[in-house]
Design a protein around this ligand. Structure first.
Ligand SMILES: Nc1nc2c(c(=O)[nH]1)N[C@H]1C(S)=C(S)[C@@H](COP(=O)(O)O)O[C@H]1N2
Ligand SMILES: [Mo]
Length: 322
């Protein structure tokens, strides 16, 4: 490393630095980091590891009935334009800074209100299930979208194996917290680890999957290797990446974006073109890969799954429960 990165344990961090100076420091560091990666500083060649790590083709994947009548987003776009703050806040940061991330070996802790709790190796968690391809639209709250052929297993089938009790009203998810492996965690843009949650009936809905790959291959690091959630009727940020813990809980669990901006991001975060984000409209979206001059596309209620999921929210005021 050319530039010294301050360690978490270093006392000269945000505790004693005025916040503005600290943020300035963080953004300067991020700029320098980008410059180094882009080979802009000095005449340094890019490190040998600069190529994206090769991901294996997934075997035994069956097509599912979940398809969309729209062309798939190019792999390059879906793996080159990401939100994954553990690897930086810029859209190309995750692809750049996750190249050295080693997602295996990997374990997921299953905890909380269930008959069976355990720390399970990735293969043991996934192998008992049939891998399916599910073509879903990922609709970010920033009003862009992509059409992605995810590969995964129904979350409900995984949950059932651990026999949650009647006290399990919600499912809480947690991303890996390891600033050595996820350099974006050295800055405090979010409270680490990233956390998310679903109500139990949402988690048990057949549309919700644990995804382990996309485009027929293992999950790229920048998209949440080795295992992430995909909940297609909710905004993209509910689809938490690189999951290390799944806990069955009685009370509504905290979620990262709600914690950081409660007036902008609620627990439910269902895609809804009629409820605007406080700072911008949610009525339309820009498809990643479309020309900037082409028309935006209308956003669909529940991202197009109203028939399947609206019943989960019967009687709930969607403007209040955003
Ligand atoms: N752990 C973690 N999960 C995350 C995020 C993140 O920053 N950290 N970003 C979310 C947001 S805002 C979106 S839109 C999707 C993006 O998924 P993609 O990069 O596979 O398109 O991941 C979500 N999951
Ligand atoms: Mo997002």
């Amino acid at each position: 490393m050319l530039i010294q990165i301050r360690k978490r344990s270093d006392p000269r961090s945000s505790e004693i630095t005025p916040k503005s100076a600290y943020l300035d420091y963080v953004s300067r560091r991020r700029f320098l980091g980008t410059a180094v990666a882009a080979g802009m500083i000095g005449s340094l060649p890019l490190p040998a590891s600069a190529a994206a790590p090769k991901k294996a083709a997934l075997q035994g994947v069956v097509k599912s009935r979940y398809k969309l009548d729209e062309p798939l987003t190019d792999t390059e776009a879906a793996t080159g334009y990401n939100n994954f703050y553990e690897f930086g806040t810029g859209k190309t940061d995750p692809a750049t800074y996750s190249k050295d991330f080693k997602p295996k070996p990997w374990t997921v802790a299953i905890a909380g209100e269930a008959a069976k709790t355990a720390t399970v190796d990735f293969d043991d968690l996934i192998k008992p299930h049939q891998l399916e391809e599910r073509v879903y639209r990922l609709r970010c709250v920033e009003a862009w979208s992509m059409i992605v052929p995810w590969v995964g297993v129904p979350l409900a089938d995984v949950i059932k194996r651990f026999e949650p009790s009647s006290k399990a009203k919600y499912v809480a998810f947690e991303t890996l917290n390891d600033p050595q492996r996820m350099p974006g965690q050295k800055s405090r843009v979010l409270d680490w680890p990233y956390v998310e949650g679903l109500r139990m009936d949402e988690a048990m809905h057949p549309l919700a999957i644990l995804a382990v790959g996309m485009y027929g291959e293992e999950m790229p690091n920048q998209n949440g290797a080795p295992i992430r959630l995909v909940v297609p009727w909710k905004y993209g940020f509910k689809s938490i990446k690189s999951i290390v813990k799944i806990a069955f809980v009685e009370k509504e669990p905290p979620t990262s974006w709600n914690r950081s901006a409660p007036n902008e991001y609620g627990f439910y975060s269902n895609v809804n073109p009629t409820v605007d984000h406080p700072r911008w409209s949610q009525a339309k979206e820009r498809r990643i890969g479309d020309s900037l001059f082409s028309a935006k596309r209308p956003t669909l209620m529940f991202n197009g799954y109203a028939d399947e999921v609206a019943a989960l929210y019967a009687g709930m005021e969607m403007k209040k429960n955003y």
